[in-house]
Design a protein around this ligand. Structure first.
Ligand SMILES: Cc1cc2nc3c(=O)[nH]c(=O)nc-3n(C[C@H](O)[C@H](O)[C@H](O)COP(=O)(O)OP(=O)(O)OC[C@H]3O[C@@H](n4cnc5c(N)ncnc54)[C@H](O)[C@@H]3O)c2cc1C
Length: 485
C-alpha cells in the first residue's frame, strides 16, 4: 500500500507550482502530479506573460481580489525565486471620447480592486512614457504597477523551490481515476490512479487547468464544463529597447490585442480570443492578421516583418462564468479547487497560492511552519548577461561555459547541462529552451537543435533518436544523425 501523503496537487502549471511553493513552508508531505513530462506545458507555456495590474476584473469577483494582490506579490516572488520580472507600467490607449469614458470606468474598477496610482493622462505624457505609442492616442490609463515575466520561468522557479523544500514531482502521470474513501481517523482519503502509479493523499488540490472539470468529476465533486478560449500570439525579434505594454480599450471577453516587451527584449503581440476545440493549439492566419492589425494601431512603426514565432494556447474557462473557482469543494470535503484559472492566471498566481493557503487553514487543515523552510531559489548563471569578469571566471571553472551552443541567445553548453541536471530537470529540447533559452532566439533553434539533442542524449543516457522535442511521442529523428554521437 502506497504511503498516504498529506497533499497531492494535480497540475504543474503556474497555478499548481505556485501553490506547491506556498505550501512547502509547512510541515506537510506534498506531491505535484502532472500528466505531461515537464512543468508548464499547458496554458502556462503559451501566454503573454503580462502581470496585469488588476483594473480589468469586475470588482467583487475572485479574479479582482487575486489579480491586484498577485501583481503586488510579484516583486517579492521574483526576488526570492530569482526569475526575471520587469515592473514597467502600462498604458491603455484611448482614441476618442467614448474610449476616454471607458478608461475612466477602468480607473474606477482599479480603485475598487486596490490597484495603486492609476491616472488618466494626455498625449504629451503618453509620448514621454512610450515614444512609440500611436500619436493618434488622445488619452490613456497609466498604470505603473503592470509588469511582465516569462511565465514558464515563474512556474519552473516556484516548483524548483518547492522541490528543494521537500515537495515531490511526479511527471508523465495523468490522473485517470480518483477513488475517495474514509481513512482510519475518519477524514477523506483520495487515491489518484495514474499509469505511473497510484498516489494516496488526505487533501487533494485541483489545479489541472483545462483538465480541472475532469478531475472534479472523477472525485465526485462539482460538475462543470471547460471551454477552450484559444488565443494566438506572435513574437518579434529583439528591439534595442523593450516596449512598455500598450493595451487597447478591452472587450467584454478579452483585454484585446496588446503589444508588450518581454524580459529578454523581444516584442510580443498578444492575444486573440476565440472558443475553439479543446486542445487546439494551431495558429490561424486570420488571428495573426488581427494581431498585426491591432498592434499597428497601438504602435504604428512596428516592423511586423520581424515576427520570429507564432503560437497558441487555450485559456481554461469554466462554462457559464468568467471568474476563477478557488475554494474547498462544497460536495467533497478535502478537495480544494483552483479551477477556471483563465486570464489573468499568470498575474494572479502568487495570490492564488496565498488564497489557497488561507482557504485550507479555514477548512481546518493543520499548517505548521517548518523551521528549515528556505524561500530562496538561486537562479542559474546566465552567461549572456554575466559581466566579462564573471564570464572569465566561469570558463576557468569549466570550459563548457565557453562552448556557445545557441548563438542567437548566447547559451553555453554548461547552461544546457545545468538545465538538464536541475531538479526537476529538462527532459526534452523544449524543456531545455524554457530553462536556459537555447533555441529561443532569431533562428528558433535552426542552428542549435541538433547540438541540444546530442547533449540531452549524453546527459539522459539515451540515443539521439530517443530525444523528445516536447512531450511523449514527439521524437525528432528516426535514426542516427550525421556527426552526432
Ligand atoms: C493566449 C493566452 C494569453 C494569455 N495571456 C496572459 C497574460 O498575459 N497574463 C496572465 O496573467 N494570464 C494570461 N493567460 C492566462 C494564463 O496563461 C492562465 O491563466 C494560466 O497559465 C493557467 O495556469 P494553470 O496552472 O491553472 O493551468 P495550466 O498551465 O494549463 O496547467 C494545468 C496543468 O494540469 C495538467 N493536467 C490536466 N489534467 C491533468 C490530469 N488528469 N492529470 C495530471 N495533470 C493534469 C496539465 O497537463 C497542465 O500542465 C493567457 C492565456 C492564453 C491562452
Amino acid at each position: 500500500m502506497a504511503e498516504t501523503l498529506d497533499i497531492a496537487i494535480v497540475g504543474a502549471g503556474i497555478t499548481g507550482c505556485a501553490i506547491a511553493r506556498q505550501l512547502a513552508r509547512f510541515d506537510l508531505s506534498i506531491c505535484v502530479v502532472e500528466a505531461a513530462n515537464d512543468i508548464a506545458l499547458g496554458a502556462s507555456k503559451a501566454n503573454g506573460g503580462l502581470v496585469h495590474a488588476g483594473y480589468d476584473p469586475t470588482p467583487g469577483t475572485v479574479k479582482a481580489q487575486v489579480n491586484a494582490r498577485g501583481c503586488e506579490l510579484y516583486g517579492t516572488w521574483a526576488q526570492e525565486l530569482g526569475f526575471l520580472f520587469r515592473r514597467t507600467g502600462s498604458m491603455v490607449l484611448g482614441f476618442n471620447d467614448e474610449d476616454r469614458a471607458h478608461l475612466e470606468q477602468l480607473r474606477q474598477n482599479g480603485l475598487a480592486n486596490g490597484v495603486p496610482e492609476l491616472a488618466i493622462i494626455g498625449p504629451e505624457r503618453i509620448h514621454e512614457l512610450e515614444p512609440r505609442a500611436s500619436a493618434k492616442a488622445t488619452c490613456a490609463l497609466w498604470c505603473p504597477s503592470t509588469g511582465y515575466v516569462d511565465p514558464f520561468e515563474v512556474a519552473i522557479a516556484a516548483l524548483e523551490n518547492a522541490v528543494a523544500n521537500g515537495v515531490t514531482f511526479m511527471r508523465s502521470a495523468p490522473v485517470e481515476a480518483i477513488e475517495v474513501a474514509g481513512s482510519d481517523d475518519g477524514a477523506a482519503c483520495f487515491t489518484l490512479v495514474t499509469p505511473a502509479g497510484d498516489v494516496r493523499c488526505r487533501y487533494l488540490i485541483n489545479a489541472a487547468g483545462n483538465g480541472a472539470a475532469d478531475i472534479s468529476h472523477m472525485a465526485g465533486a462539482e460538475e462543470f464544463q471547460m471551454v477552450w478560449r484559444q488565443g494566438n500570439i506572435v513574437v518579434l525579434d529583439k528591439e534595442p529597447r523593450a516596449l512598455m505594454p500598450l493595451y487597447p480599450v478591452p472587450t467584454p471577453v478579452s483585454k484585446g490585442v496588446i503589444v508588450t516587451g518581454t524580459v529578454h527584449g523581444n516584442t510580443v503581440i498578444t492575444a486573440t480570443a476565440a472558443v475553439r476545440e479543446p486542445g487546439d493549439t494551431q495558429t490561424y492566419a486570420t488571428d495573426v492578421d488581427a494581431l498585426l492589425t491591432g498592434a499597428r494601431k497601438l504602435v504604428p512603426d512596428l516592423d511586423t516583418r520581424r515576427v520570429v514565432r507564432a503560437f497558441a494556447g487555450g485559456r481554461p474557462v469554466i462554462k457559464g462564468t468568467n471568474d476563477f473557482f478557488i475554494g474547498q469543494s462544497a460536495v467533497v470535503p478535502g478537495l480544494f479547487q483552483a479551477a477556471g484559472i483563465q486570464s489573468p492566471g499568470v498575474a494572479s498566481a502568487p495570490a492564488i497560492a496565498e488564497r489557497m493557503e488561507h482557504v485550507m487553514r479555514e477548512a481546518g487543515v493543520a499548517l505548521h511552519e517548518r523551521n528549515d523552510w528556505d524561500p530562496i531559489r538561486r537562479a542559474p548563471d546566465d552567461f549572456d548577461r554575466a559581466p566579462l569578469a564573471r564570464k572569465k571566471e566561469l570558463i576557468e571553472f569549466d570550459p563548457a561555459w565557453g562552448q556557445i551552443v545557441c548563438r542567437c541567445e548566447t547559451v553555453s553548453e554548461a547552461e544546457i547541462v545545468a538545465a538538464i541536471r536541475s531538479r526537476p530537470g529538462a527532459v526534452s529540447v523544449e524543456g531545455v529552451k524554457r530553462r536556459c533559452r537555447a533555441g529561443m532566439g532569431r533562428c528558433q533553434s535552426g542552428f542549435c537543435q541538433s547540438r541540444v539533442m546530442a547533449i540531452l542524449a549524453r546527459e539522459l543516457g539515451c540515443e539521439p533518436s530517443e530525444v523528445l522535442l516536447e512531450d511523449a511521442g514527439s521524437w525528432l529523428v528516426e535514426g542516427p544523425l550525421k556527426g552526432v554521437h
